[in-house]
Ligand binder design. Structure first.
Ligand SMILES: Nc1nc2c(c(=O)[nH]1)N[C@H]1C(S)=C(S)[C@@H](COP(=O)(O)OP(=O)(O)OC[C@H]3O[C@@H](n4cnc5c(N)ncnc54)[C@H](O)[C@@H]3O)O[C@H]1N2
Ligand code: MOO
Length: 392
């Protein structure tokens, strides 16, 4: 059995980031930019008013001007100012030729087609956005490696970009195994359990912006599982199996993986929950055999699967490791790293009740996993420990 750290290193060393693709900007949110992006034109594309008011050519001691035109936002008609003239103008509209300044309408009085200026702070260029002030044609708009946040998407759209080169999100297949599984909503017959792993995993993947998710079900039979795994591998970068990875007579994940040509990279990690975790690889495709207990599935997801998915898309890991003090003493046997479902607040981490790996009630309340190292058994109240902060 390998340690948690060894397992993480093996995964990390076996991930090849996915090749960049071109995406329509509207589909690119949450992706990492794979190429520098450049502006095609000046933005603003013309000298533009930042206020509703009057456009003018600035001079010291201006007192009055005659209104000779109007510029509304979106106007396609060009206009020019002569000496002593002003144009009514609105926010976003182009300034008439010859104008360099806009006075807010609150700072003038209007009478008989004229304005009287009452703005002591009026300066040349006030309330006028210069052509190319945001960005000039040919300038670098955003560098490779940037995350396309909503603001980044808006910025690129605002400079007229429609397509971007990004690192794609992985395509993920989930295979839930087990004869005992029943769909939530149907009657639970004797010996059955409601199938929840595909729900928790799908929800977690969708939280990451992963949309290509295929869910398969497989009975505990080697031939069936082998065929389902083959089908899943046909269109996935990552396959997540749940259940069937331990030592029982009906646990076929290891054998089915071998039959599908997947090379085993490890099986079994010194941890609780999730001891029988399996990881394998077929060319660039990655396969996780997650131990079936619902809490083991999620504990392994946050520890191993999520960082791997992030790496595939060249994104930062969002499971943050930090230090916290325990709010209570805790005992565990030596030999395995324990990941306790916990609640973190103001630097303190509280282990929750119901730590058993078949239960999700505590995980449903948790915002962190408290990591208790393999070789330690006694933890004091206020002792500093490492926690993994879970993404919401
Ligand atoms: N003799 C041993 N028995 C077990 C060991 C061991 O070392 N020696 N390890 C235990 C540990 S730890 C775990 S974890 C489980 C993992 O076993 P499997 O991955 O083979 O999982 P299953 O046996 O198929 O299922 C375990 C448990 O989870 C329930 N389950 C499975 N899939 C789902 C699902 N999609 N939704 C909800 N619940 C699910 C299943 O009904 C079982 O109760 O092995 C121990 N045994
Ligand atoms: O390790 Mo298993 O995941 O405890 O139940």
């Amino acid at each position: 059995m390998i340690t948690v750290a060894e397992a993480k290193t093996i995964i990390n060393n076996n991930v090849t980031p996915l090749a960049a693709i071109n995406l329509n900007l509207a589909q690119a949110s949450g992706h990492i930019l794979a190429e520098d992006s450049y502006a095609n034109c000046d933005i603003p594309a013309f000298r533009q008013s930042a206020m509703d008011g009057y456009a003018l050519k600035f001079e010291e001691d201006l007192k009055e001007l005659t209104i000779t035109g109007e510029m509304a936002a979106g106007t396609a008609i060009k206009s020019a100012l002569k000496a002593g003239e002003t144009h009514r103008i609105f926010t976003g509209a182009p300034l008439p030729e010859g104008a360099d300044t806009v006075i807010m309408q609150e700072k003038v009085s209007v009478e008989n087609g004229k304005i009287w200026l009452q703005d002591l702070n009026l300066k040349k260029g006030l309330n006028a956005r210069e052509k190319g002030a945001e960005i000039s044609a040919g300038d670098l708009a955003m560098s490779k490696g940037n995350l396309l946040t909503p603001a980044a998407i808006g910025f690129l759209a605002g400079i007229g970009i429609t397509t971007v080169s990004v690192f794609p999100m992985p395509k993920v297949a989930i295979i839930v195994t087990g004869k005992e599984l029943q769909k939530p909503g149907l009657t639970l017959n004797f010996g059955q359990v409601y199938e929840s792993n595909s729900y928790s995993l799908t929800a977690a993947l969708k939280n990451e912006g992963i949309t290509e998710i295929a869910v398969f079900e497989a009975d505990d039979e080697l031939d069936i599982l082998t065929n389902v795994l083959k089908e899943a591998l046909a269109n996935a970068d990552v396959v997540l199996l749940t259940g069937g990875v331990s030592v029982g007579d009906y646990d076929f994940v290891i054998e089915a993986s071998q039959r599908c040509g997947i090379a085993q990279l490890f099986h079994k990690v010194k941890q609780k929950p999730g001891k029988p975790l399996y990881f394998g690889k077929k060319e660039q495709q990655l396969v996780f055999g997650l131990p079936g207990n619902p809490s083991s599935v999620l504990s392994c997801y946050y520890n191993y699967v999520l960082p791997c998915l992030k790496q595939l898309s060249q994104k930062e890991n969002t499971v943050l490791e930090l230090k916290a003090v325990l709010t209570m003493a805790y005992q565990k046997p030596k030999g395995l790293t324990h990941f306790l479902k916990g609640f973190y607040k103001n630097g303190q981490a509280s282990p929750l009740n119901a730590q058993d790996s078949y239960r999700l009630s505590s995980f449903a309340q948790a915002n962190c996993l408290i990591c208790l190292p393999e070789e330690e058994e006694s933890f004091k109240e206020k002792q500093s420990v490492t926690i993994l902060l879970l993404p919401s």
